[in-house]
Design a protein around this ligand. Structure first.
Ligand code: ATP
Ligand code: MG
Ligand code: MG
Length: 406
């Protein structure tokens, strides 16, 4: 199924009607970046109150959140204080204090997804051990503790070899490739040394990268968004195409793997499952994010229920919404930061200027306090009647050959 709502009972019962509006429960979000901001935007449509905890006074979510507590989401006392003010605690980043979440759960605080899920996912090695133990296909991997261990892994898996930090990884910061045994020590150094906690993965020569956003309700109902193709540049998500241009059988396999992966985790919310498609038609899991994700930004314009609304519905115990696409095709293009300079001359600003003149283009700017090289500053989603047309719309923004504009 492309968008499976099979296990989700959408029948309407009068008793389910909330007493006041959609929900009176205050949703607390650890993190106030762009994902927190877009959660707040979705919440405002239904008058759901979202509070964020973020150390930056002018973080992207702060301007539109119901409330913003300035503080660290990785500090135990701060998270405990924050939790007192909310009815349900969720995350927009997995690098939070899992031990505190576990303690809060024991004290009766409602965390969605569960602290156990955050603990597994925030350590990429533990995540791999967990998923392989649940029979999910993934690239071969092994922990490395010293250079000898890294060499043994190189002998076993061959080169290039992917070295990864277990923790605090995002946007490829935490990955280093060794093309040969000679490059192993520089790759280890680039990741901060063995003390950081490292493991290696067998190189996967994928033909495409795919992703599936999977929503899980508090009643354990599961609903999958259509499979998308993600295109990365220098380890950072660059473009997302929805739906992915893949045969039906691959779509089904990718959805089944994503469904199985999320079923093995505890708690409600949306989860993003990143996948590799190999030449011989295998689907291997790369990693899972326990929250809304870059591969689901197009759902704001392209799906009946966006991933952000879906996350709120899930954590609040409301019925899950319809994940299917309401436009035939969509492309999301990330606006990445460049070195600081004259604002008007940044490529991102020029692209926005052009996008405002293109049919079916929606501009999102996260209003981050400062621009930094390779930082996600915003994104643009193109929707349209076919993939060919949305591709032409993207090309016209990028001023490439064969473009179409209004
Ligand atoms: P994110 O921002 O998605 O959290 P991350 O820092 O956790 O990224 P990964 O998802 O592990 O990093 O890897 C980033 C990218 O590097 C992948 O999307 C893929 O393009 C490439 N990559 C990762 N692992 C492998 C592998 N084993 N073989 C080949 N390429 C890989
Ligand atoms: Mg990651
Ligand atoms: Mg990733």
């Amino acid at each position: 199924c492309q968008a499976s709502t099979d296990t989700h009972d959408t029948s309407f019962r009068k008793d389910d009607l909330p007493a006041h509006g959609v929900s009176e429960v205050i949703v607390g979000v650890l993190g106030g970046g762009q994902l927190g901001r877009m959660l707040c935007q979705a919440a405002s449509e239904m008058a759901i109150k979202v509070m964020v905890l973020d150390p930056l006074a002018n973080c992207p979510a702060s301007a539109i959140a119901y409330d913003h507590m300035v503080g660290s989401f990785d500090d135990s006392a701060t998270v405990q204080e924050f939790a007192k003010r909310c009815g349900v605690l969720t995350v927009e980043i997995e690098h939070v204090d899992a031990a505190t979440m576990e303690k809060l759960e024991q004290q009766g605080v409602d965390c969605q997804p569960k602290a156990s899920t955050i603990r597994i996912i925030q350590d990429k090695y533990l995540q791999k051990v967990h998923f392989s133990g649940h029979g999910i296909p993934l690239p071969d991997f092994v922990q490395i503790d010293d250079l000898e261990g890294a060499k043994r892994a190189g002998d076993l898996f061959g080169y290039p070899l992917m070295l990864k930090s277990k923790r605090l990884a995002y946007d490829g910061r935490g990955n280093a490739v060794a093309k040969s045994e000679e490059e192993l020590s520089s790759a280890v150094n680039a990741l901060g040394g063995f003390d950081r906690g490292l493991y290696v993965e067998k190189w996967t020569p994928f033909v495409k990268e795919l992703a599936v956003i999977v929503a899980r309700g508090r009643d354990n109902s599961i609903s999958c968004y259509p499979v998308v193709e993600t295109i990365h540049k220098e380890n950072i998500c660059h473009i997302v195409k929805a739906p992915a241009g893949i045969p039906w059988k691959i779509r089904k396999l990718a959805t089944d793997v994503a469904h199985k992966a999320v079923s093995s985790l505890e708690g409600a919310g949306v989860f993003a499952v990143e996948l590799f498609l190999t030449k011989d038609g295998q689907i291997l899991l790369n990693e899972v994010a326990p929250r809304p994700h870059n591969s689901g930004h197009h759902t704001i314009e392209a799906c009946y229920t966006s991933q952000f609304e879906q996350h709120l519905r899930a954590v609040l115990g409301l019925p899950l919404g319809d994940p299917s696409m309401k436009t035939p095709a969509a492309i999301m293009y990330n606006l990445l930061g460049e070195d600081e300079g004259e604002p008007g001359f940044h490529l991102a600003h020029q692209l926005i200027g052009r996008a405002l003149n293109i049919q079916g283009a929606s501009v999102h700017w996260y209003d981050k306090p400062e621009m930094r090289k390779q930082r996600k500053m915003g994104h643009i989603t193109f929707t349209g009647p076919s993939m060919g047309i949305v591709e032409a719309r993207l090309k016209s923004m990028l001023k490439e050959e064969g473009s179409e504009s209004r």
